[in-house]
Design a protein around this ligand. Structure first.
Ligand SMILES: CC(C)(COP(=O)(O)OP(=O)(O)OC[C@H]1O[C@@H](n2cnc3c(N)ncnc32)[C@H](O)[C@@H]1OP(=O)(O)O)[C@@H](O)C(=O)NCCC(=O)NCCS
Length: 184
């Protein structure tokens, strides 16, 4: 699998979900998506309209991602609408390059349709097929039961926590660190 990755599947609801790597022309839709999704839950690192990259900066980022063999970024698309953005990337330095970080979001009206599961499957497949990656790590808000359940279903285990890591308008919450180890 490489950064030109694309895959199509039918969800249990009958919708067709396309999973593909983004191209520069997706930048505008992706920024719109991130600004909406930021406001739909308090579970991301940014809130509504707090994703501040310009279309040009986002397009530049997409270009970099496309050339990076140690990273996969995926768009989930249903009926020409971006419904999910996710990525996995291995850490840069040689001594820790076999470790990777994963991030995922799904637009709220598409929650519970197994979009998140389909995306997780592909990100984990990328890690398993990658020549180096042996660990996948992620951080999740302790109260984000839906996400934690999804990660546990894919074998992630809680390995620690950062107390009061999140400050959502004055309300603090811990961050759980969850890992999936890949035997290679
Ligand atoms: C977490 C998220 C990615 C899940 O995506 P999704 O497309 O809804 O995921 P799926 O439909 O594949 O699976 C969700 C699972 O949570 C379960 N679930 C649904 N509602 C739930 C709830 N209130 N509490 C706990 N689990 C719940 C579902 O039953 C499903 O599990 P199952 O398939 O075993 O039944 C999505 O909710 C999201 O983007 N949330 C906001 C951003 C976010 O939290 N990102 C993660 C940051 S670490």
């Amino acid at each position: 699998m490489d950064n030109s990755f694309t895959n199509e599947r039918t969800l249990k609801t009958g919708e067709t979900l396309i999973l593909r790597a983004p191209i520069e022309e997706d930048a505008k839709d992706m920024i719109e998506y991130l600004n909406i999704v930021g406001g739909e839950s308090d579970n991301l690192l940014f809130g509504k309209d707090e994703f501040r990259l310009t279309v040009e900066q986002e397009a530049e980022y997409i270009k970099k991602v496309k050339q990076d063999p140690n990273m996969l970024m995926l768009l989930g698309i249903i009926n020409n609408t971006v419904v999910s953005i996710a990525e996995i990337r291995s850490l840069g330095r040689k001594r820790i390059a076999h470790n990777s970080e994963l991030a995922i979001s799904v637009k709220k009206e598409y929650w519970g349709m197994s979009v998140g599961s389909a995306v997780m499957e592909e990100l984990i497949r990328f890690a398993k097929d990658h020549e180096l990656i042996k660990n996948i790590s992620l951080g999740v808000k302790a109260s984000n039961e839906r996400a934690i359940k999804l990660y546990e279903r894919f074998g992630f285990v809680k390995v620690g926590s950062h107390k009061d890591y999140f400050n959502i308008n004055g309300e603090y919450d811990d961050e759980y660190i969850m890992d999936l180890h890949i035997d290679k």
